[in-house]
Design a protein. Structure first.
Lengths: 252, 187
């Protein structure tokens, strides 16, 4: 699950956001994670329960002819559920990463402001500094919320969700098409027949090549033996009639 | 059906019709070697599966430990060597003898379109198959010279063929089946 790789092009990257709240502590930052975890658990349980309900409802309405369709519906529902959970977890992780970036930017900003305003702080009252920090914090929050709202209005989240669902739906469609072809007896017969044809063709080709190799080897041996017998001082031997007959037959 | 009669009839038919008479030609070294390699691969697979089966059966019936306690030897070596030896001998000798006797061709020879027959064309009996298998060893002992002899022999016979009075011939090639498409795909 990606967390930081999209920060360069992500409009929610708040490294340029000037400042944030200075009163955050570890308790307030860890509390949302717990809440998110509980929410995720609840959502997962809800989706699992809904899936079980859909499964039992589909099975109770199933008859002998439509059992395959119910099975495919259940698998599609499971795919949709997985896509939703994946989308939700990914968006939560992105938000968590952005919040960490906000915290880091805020610390840097506060440090810079503090160091730059150190000579002047003794001349101004503390209330003014706190008021300035509140203003900056409010600006940061407003910036984040407006960016999220703008992205939601632009349909970014919907686009991501649609892409994820479309991919799952396409996979499901391909599976269903393959299952249809596998169930079809004519297609199955055609596949079996073509496989048998291919296997028989390969065997025939192997036999032909082996027989050609036999012929070549026999002819080669005969030539070598004839050369050996035609050596100087020896009588040329007549080629074996039976061997020649076999060679001619095999070469036919 | 008598194989001799079949071969002679086929020869006459081939002569009359002008078709190829390659079916009665004896197979050469290359075809037989490829067939033998295929048979070796099949036999090794059979041995592998048999070894796995025996290992699993040994887990269910721990005769290995029982024999180890009785004989006082290592539990891992008590039965492994003799069982492996018995299985190896059974597979390497029973495989060719069984197929030569039953159908005249091992699976490797079937793939290459070969068949083992007697020189007169009769199928092999059990004892002649055993004799041919034992003659395999005689052909293999002098650096496989008995097998290489097929190349130089005018009748394309190895030593084991000569001892058992057998030969390997090309079987009639099956006609290529034409593609038969189904009538229609139901919607």
């Amino acid at each position: 699950m990606e967390s930081h790789d999209g920060d360069q092009r992500d409009p929610l990257s708040l490294s340029a956001v000037p400042g944030g709240p200075t009163s955050y502590d570890e308790v307030t930052t860890s509390q949302p994670d717990l809440i998110e975890g509980i929410a995720l658990l609840g959502l997962g349980l809800f989706l699992e329960g809904s899936n079980l309900v859909m499964r039992y409802a589909g099975l109770s309405q199933a008859d002998g002819s439509s059992s395959q369709d119910n099975r495919s519906n259940i698998s599609s529902a499971q795919l949709t559920r997985h896509a939703l959970i994946g989308l939700l977890v990914e968006s939560r992780a992105r938000a968590r990463a952005r919040r960490a970036a906000v915290r880091q930017a805020r610390r840097q900003f506060v440090d810079r402001v503090s160091s730059a305003a150190a000579p002047l702080t003794h001349r101004f009252p503390v209330d003014v500094s706190l008021a300035l920090a509140d203003i900056l914090t409010g600006y940061g929050r407003w910036k984040v919320e407006s960016t999220v709202d703008r992205l939601a209005e632009q349909g970014w989240i919907e686009e991501v969700r649609a892409r994820a669902l479309a991919q799952r739906a396409f996979d499901s469609l391909v599976d269903e098409a393959l299952a249809y072809f596998a169930r079809n007896p004519a297609v199955r017969e055609l596949v079996v027949q073509q496989s048998e044809e291919a296997a028989a063709g390969a065997l025939d080709d192997l036999r032909m090549r082996a027989q050609s190799a036999d012929t070549w080897l026999t002819q080669f041996t005969r030539r070598v033996l004839q050369r050996a017998t035609r050596a100087p001082g020896s009588i040329a031997a007549e080629p074996d009639r039976s061997m020649a007959t076999a060679t001619d037959k095999s070469g036919a | 059906m008598d194989t001799t009669t079949t071969i002679s009839k086929d020869t006459k038919k081939g002569t009359k019709k002008g078709t190829s008479s390659r079916d009665q030609v004896r197979a050469g070294f290359a075809s037989r070697m490829i067939a033998f390699i295929l048979d070796l691969v099949i036999m090794c697979m059979i041995l592998l599966l048999a070894g796995i089966f025996v290992q699993i059966a040994g887990l269910y019936f721990p005769l290995n430990r029982l024999l180890a306690q009785i004989a006082g030897i290592g539990a891992g070596d008590a039965l492994r060597a003799p069982v492996a030896l018995v299985f190896t001998i059974a597979v390497f000798s029973g495989y060719p003898v069984f197929f030569w006797t039953m159908i005249g061709q091992t699976p490797g020879k079937w793939a290459l379109g070969l068949r083992v027959v007697r020189t007169g064309g009769q199928p092999l009996t059990v004892w002649r198959s055993i004799l041919r298998y034992l003659a395999y060893w005689l052909s293999a002992l002098p650096l496989f010279l008995g097998f290489v002899w097929i190349i130089f022999d005018a009748k394309r016979q190895g030593w084991h063929d000569k001892i058992a009075d057998t030969c390997v011939i090309y079987v009639t090639r099956p006609a290529r089946r034409t593609a038969r498409l189904p009538a229609a795909i139901p919607q």
